[in-house]
Design a protein around this ligand. Structure first.
Ligand code: PBG
Length: 323
């Protein structure tokens, strides 16, 4: 049917009409808040490249998680900054490491909050890579043992969901096996299945002190040029037992989100990463655009592309923005 019989502007005439025709309507339970927790810090430390985001102490972590939970945000994902690092990331699976302590205190203080943990070595290795090195290469299979140990320590501390972000081959299977062997059959695995090698992780690496000391992550993270390979990554993780998968970054991979949503029937989450957050914050501060509106528009686009849930540093603000 053509114009003038059809006029799409009829649908947009008033605010109420626009509301009635709004297809994508984010609510609080669409969002997951990432939180950084640092060993040995007394009060929250600001992260210069991520305005509004802090490295928390255990006390301020609970306060922040509690304020998110009371807004209706169902879950948080945790990243740790340990007291010490070594080549083998031993702090990452320390029973009394910062993440393990954070999980225990959050589950005690906020039992209803879903606690998700990032499972990776890069914040715990002295070289900043996501696994065990063999000369200057990240060795895949020895890293699987390490990742399984880390995931197990998180699950034993009470994490509801573990989220491997390292991009080694076979990690989901190795983690599932380790969890099942210890009777932790209900711990969910959220796989960072399609994780691209990206400059948009820059601010995160400042926040988490996890910049590789040499080279880059291109031998394990995906090249931005490939979409069919991203679907294979997802497919493999599903076969190995992932309960849900994630695509990351979000805005530069909206096509992958849509294709994964159409092709697979498990939940597809997206991570609106640090750089995606920081660049809007920066432009907003310079007065070059309206930061809140730009952030809202980005999150809408990610949902519209098909993401079931979105991990975002703007989760609390988003709840208020979309009210
Ligand atoms: C750990 C990890 C990274 C992010 C999540 N988990 C950094 C990286 O891969 O270098 C990035 C998250 C963000 O940028 O917000 N491997």
């Amino acid at each position: 049917m053509a114009f003038p019989t059809n006029r799409l502007r009829r649908l947009r005439k008033t605010e109420s009409l626009r509301q009635l025709f709004q297809e994508t309507r984010p609510v609080a339970s669409d969002f997951i808040l990432p939180l950084f927790v640092k060993e040995g810090t007394k009060s929250p430390e600001a992260i210069s490249s991520m305005p509004g985001v802090n490295r928390h102490s255990l006390t301020s972590l609970v306060r922040e998680a509690s304020s998110a939970f009371s807004l209706g945000i169902p879950g948080v994902i945790l990243f740790g900054l340990p007291r010490s690092k070594d080549p083998k990331a031993t702090e990452a699976y320390n029973k009394n490491g910062i993440i393990q302590k954070a999980i225990r205190i959050l589950k005690k203080e906020l039992p209803g909050l879903v606690v998700i943990t990032d499972v990776c070595a890069c914040e715990y290795t002295s070289h900043g890579h996501c696994g065990i090195l063999d000369k200057r290469e990240v060795a895949n299979d020895p890293t699987l043992t390490l990742l399984a140990k880390i995931a197990l320590s998180h699950a034993q501390a009470g994490a509801d969901m573990v989220a491997p972000s390292d991009m080694m081959d076979g990690r989901v299977g190795a983690i599932r096996k380790a969890l099942d062997n210890r009777g932790l059959k209900d711990t969910l695995i959220l796989s960072y299945a399609a994780k691209f090698s990206s400059s948009f992780y820059g601010p995160f690496r400042e926040a988490a002190d996890s910049t590789p000391s040499f080279g880059d992550r291109k031998t394990y993270q995906m090249p931005a040029s490939n979409s069919r390979e991203a679907l294979r990554e997802i497919e493999m993780d599903i076969e190995e037992g992932a309960d849900l998968v994630m695509v990351k970054p979000a805005l530069t991979a909206l096509d992958i989100i849509t294709r994964a949503k159409v092709r697979f029937s498990l939940p597809v989450w997206a991570y609106h990463v640090s750089g995606e957050y920081s660049m809007i914050k920066a432009a907003g501060r310079l007065g070059w655009l309206d930061g809140d509106k730009a952030m809202g528009e980005s999150l809408l686009a990610i949902k519209r592309a098909g993401a079931d849930r979105v991990i975002t540093y703007w989760a609390k603000e988003a709840v208020k923005f979309f009210k």
